[in-house]
Write a protein that binds this ligand. Structure first.
Ligand code: GLC
Length: 509
């Protein structure tokens, strides 16, 4: 059992020791963009010479993919009949150490990490993620079997929110940073649950975990962390307002300078049209014309007539209100009157919307192709094969698909909000002439506005192929890799370390 990390085939860099805690990480387990960030940010931090490690629950699918996996230690935890083990190994694609929390009663379930097969939240989610947080706390206190203890705990989203709350009075606590990837998911449970799961009574207060008479996991992260951020500067400003604040805008205004926005990067190794093994034809800025081969391949794959002349729009994402798929559905009858427009979709979520998409594809077999489910390979092929990418999200903390589409020369058409506003430069006549434009933004998420933006895109595509090519290749030239963002996180970590010290000094004063 007592093995030291030196047996792993990575060299621990000097610099900061950072524990990245997340409920999902690509490709171990993924339901959304959080998974991409949870894997690629720590990998980028290691590239910069820091000892970042990742911790996630040992879902069966994650445990199967871990490289060089070994059990390191086993202990009893409250509420668990069998012992909890820590498995240690390496991320499948990066030299990134990963700890898996192996608690079979809580995490030994196939499928979605948060919901059962029918799409309902698991009834014991509060217990499951409290357990996850308790184990994270143990690791931050230094488990002898691991021989490693972080300077900074970086939690992500509500599933990790209780860790900073449980750490707050521990003298040996690390500095804590908490990232909000989506404020709409807060981890809310009733008071009976609070009492059942055995959280300290003192945390039930307005300045603690209580939120309108309910237990709020996310408040734990926001109230008790040294630094809090979200994933774009515009979303950070938006969530301080009632319209986007999901009831927490007051708290976010109140924490003032402790709260900021840092734009996500993307993994340039995974998402590179010049070397992507999942697409038919690799291409780059200089060989942009080759991209058309991927369009023909995509049409074949989705059973649409193969035509270079078609204007192919793509959509990838979860089918929830946030993503604004209803706007797409609302304008399709009008849009599809032009027989040269096609739409391909890879999506899953609300059953009703899935059905509506199926019906559309059945009604327009030559124009609409739909795949229900999340599928990484198809996602890459859509980014490579489409002409433009739709992202009408009502709100979007950062959004990664629009960044992938920029990189693949597939200009995004998006609502001007959150990270979409921060990553896309709208094609005004001026910006087009200057060669600065990268996509199309519309204000207010209304069907007509989306339709107008698509028509603007279509007009440029048809009437001015050189202008279109310039737009697409300008997007391909942006640097949206992790490097710059990872450096901003390093600054945030050092601010958090300073804040922790200030708080300790204040407690002693
Ligand atoms: C969530 C947000 C998305 C963001 C991602 C990663 O999925 O909805 O906007 O890009 O997290 O931070």
């Amino acid at each position: 059992m007592e093995q030291s990390l030196s047996t792993l085939s990575v060299v621990a860099p000097a610099g900061l020791r950072i524990l990245m805690a997340s409920s999902e990480a690509h490709p171990l387990i993924k339901t959304g963009g959080l998974a991409d960030v949870a894997a690629s940010l720590p990998a980028a931090l290691r590239q910069l010479g820091h000892d970042a490690r990742l911790i996630i629950p040992a879902y069966p699918r994650a445990a199967r993919q871990l490289r060089e996996s070994r059990p390191m230690c086993e202990f009893k935890m409250p509420g668990c009949r069998v012992g909890v083990r820590i498995l240690e190994g390496l991320h499948p694609d990066h030299d990134l150490p990963v700890y898996l929390v192996d608690a079979p009663e809580s995490f030994g379930r196939e499928g979605n990490p948060y919901t059962d097969l029918s799409g309902r939240d698991w009834g014991d989610n509060a217990e499951r993620f409290l357990l996850f947080c308790r184990v994270i706390v143990l690791i931050t206190q230094g488990l002898p079997a691991l021989g490693w203890k972080p300077d900074v705990l970086h939690g992500n989203d509500w599933q990790t929110g209780l860790a900073p709350a449980l750490l707050k009075d521990l003298p040996e606590r690390p500095a804590t940073v908490f990232t909000i990837h989506n404020l709409a998911y807060q981890g809310l449970f009733d008071r009976a649950t609070y009492e059942r799961i055995g959280l300290p009574a003192a945390l039930w207060s307005l300045s603690g975990l209580e939120f309108h008479q309910r237990l709020s996991f996310i408040k734990g992260g926001i109230v008790f962390s040294d630094r809090v951020n979200t994933v774009s500067p515009t979303y950070a400003a938006e969530v301080r307002t009632p319209r986007f604040g999901c009831g927490l805008d007051g708290l976010l205004r109140q924490i003032g300078h402790r709260f900021s926005g840092i734009l996500n990067g993307i993994d340039y190794q995974d998402w590179n049209p010049a070397s992507d093994p999942l697409i038919l034809q690799n291409y780059d800025r200089d060989s942009f014309g080759l991209k058309a081969e991927n369009k023909l391949d995509l049409q074949r794959e989705f059973g649409l007539p193969r035509s270079e002349d078609a204007f192919v729009l793509g959509y990838i994402g979860r089918l929830v209100e946030q993503k604004g798929v209803d706007l797409i559905l609302a304008i399709l009858p009008e849009l599809l009157r032009d027989p040269r427009i096609q739409l391909v979709v890879v999506a899953a979520g609300e059953r009703q919307t899935e059905q509506a998409l199926h019906d559309l594809a059945a009604r327009h077999p030559r124009q609409v192709g739909v795949f229900i489910g999340y599928d990484e390979t198809r996602a890459h092929r859509i980014e490579a094969g489409c002409d433009a990418f739709l992202m009408p999200s009502r709100f979007e903390p950062c959004g990664l698909n629009q960044i992938y589409s920029l990189r693949y020369g597939t200009p995004p058409i998006a609502h001007r909000t959150g990270g979409l506003a921060d990553t896309i430069i709208h094609a005004t006549p001026d910006m087009l002439v200057q060669g600065a434009a990268t996509g199309f933004l519309f204000d207010e998420p209304q069907p007509q506005n989306l339709l107008n933006a698509i028509q603007q895109a279509l007009q440029l595509y048809r009437d001015n192929p050189d202008g279109w090519r310039r737009l697409a290749t300008t997007g391909m030239s942006q640097d949206l890799s992790w490097e710059a963002s990872a450096r901003q996180y390093l600054q945030l970590y050092s601010d958090a370390i300073a804040e922790r010290q200030t708080r300790i000094n204040a407690a002693w004063a």
